[in-house]
Write a protein that binds this ligand. Structure first.
Ligand code: UDP
Length: 356
């Protein structure tokens, strides 16, 4: 049973599901954590993910209420379907809730993207990851750092470094992504003459100063910034009365985009500014310089290798990074610390061995 609820999980599920179904019957449960079509529905169609078998409709709640609601509803599904294993991804409320349901029903739990750490329990994603990793049976780690962080917690059994599952999709769809240039035409963009930006982490959207600092950097850049805005960020800019900044002529504001349009915009950008974990990895894969506007990153290898610069939510640091980092690195494809596109296969083969 695969449990998904948020945009990055649909993308990871797309990578896993195809391989998983070679050996297993998969039940997909969508918790409904992301319920907007732009963050949810389109990805199933676009990435040909089988339609969810269950939808728990647990959106429009936040934090603890959402986790509780998912737990109650998922528990009922688990008790009727009796899966052999529950697979969770990453760090969302759906991840934490499903981990608790699995252990309470004594069902094996596999965590994909296990071991990632930001060392700050106040970050909502961090507490979700900690809950998941305390309860997990099988740890599928994307990076060497993740394996090391689990070791520091005393977790060394059933820990597998498989590479990152999002790389699988970029490899699988590489020619479709390369050919998908209509989105550049739609926004009248010239390749490598614009910046692609995303901002949605709670640490930035729930803090007026952080959000303002980030937007103030966007408007001072000397090339346009394409900014697909997450509904949470849109709500925050309205609540904090930052409309004037987002309506600035240097910002090309749009709704959240689909997978292929986003990949194409990242791949062709001069630079990317982001607080998204997924986009951080995508910059690295395409060899596009990135400026990270979250307080810290768990994808430390991408910074160590010089692809991404950690600026945090500070106008001055973002602008400094922009002016010093404007060199396109050679593509990392082929020799890649995040994997080579075979993570899903490795995970599924290991699960087959463990569950038999
Ligand atoms: N993404 C997308 N459309 C957008 C913005 C991001 O398809 O408008 C993709 C992005 O390329 C990456 C994934 O969504 O594959 C990352 O999800 P998100 O930023 O929501 O979460 P995070 O990775 O921070 O957990």
């Amino acid at each position: 049973m695969t449990v998904v609820g948020a945009r990055p999980q649909f993308i990871k599920c797309a990578a896993l599901s195809k391989e998983l179904r070679t050996f297993f019957d998969e039940i997909i449960v969508h918790t409904g954590q992301h319920y907007d079509t732009e963050l949810s529905g389109d990805f199933f169609l676009e990435l040909q993910i089988p339609q969810p078998d269950f939808n728990l409709s647990s959106g429009q709640k936040s934090g603890i209420e959402q986790i509780a609601d998912i737990m109650v509803k998922l528990n009922a599904v688990v008790q009727s379907e009796k899966p052999d294993c529950i697979v969770i991804f990453g760090d969302t409320n759906s991840t934490a809730a499903a981990a608790i349901v699995a252990v309470k029903n004594q069902i094996k739990l596999a965590h994909i993207e296990a071991g990632m750490r930001e060392f700050d329990k106040t970050i909502p994603e961090e507490s979700n990851k900690l809950i998941a990793d305390i309860l997990t049976d099988y740890y599928f780690c994307p990076t060497p750092a993740a394996v090391g962080w689990l070791k520091e917690m005393g977790i060394t059994q059933h820990v597998f470094q498989t590479g990152d599952i999002m790389i699988d999709l970029m490899v699988r769809f590489s020619s479709k992504i390369s050919n998908n240039t209509a989105i550049l035409t739609r926004f009248k963009l010239i390749a490598q003459k614009y910046i692609f930006a995303t901002c949605h982490r709670a640490t930035n959207t729930e803090n007026k100063n952080h959000l303002e600092q980030i937007l103030k950097a966007f408007i001072q850049l000397d090339i346009p910034v394409v900014f697909p805005m997450h509904p949470r960020t849109m709500k925050a800019t309205k609540a904090f009365r930052l409309d004037e900044l987002i309506n600035h002529k240097n910002i090309i504001l749009c709704e959240p985009l689909g997978y292929f349009d986003t990949q194409s915009l990242i791949k062709n950008a001069a630079m990317v500014i982001t607080d998204s974990g997924g986009v951080t990895k995508e910059c690295y894969f395409y060899g596009v310089p990135g400026i990270l506007i979250d307080k810290q990153t768990e994808w430390i290898e991408t910074v160590a290798e010089g692809c991404n610069i950690q600026a945090g939510p500070h106008t001055k640091k973002i602008l400094e990074a922009y002016h010093t980092h404007n060199i396109r690195k050679p593509s990392f494809k082929g020799n890649h610390i995040l994997g080579n596109g075979s993570a899903a296969r490795k995970i599924v083969l290991k699960l087959k061995e463990l569950l038999n």
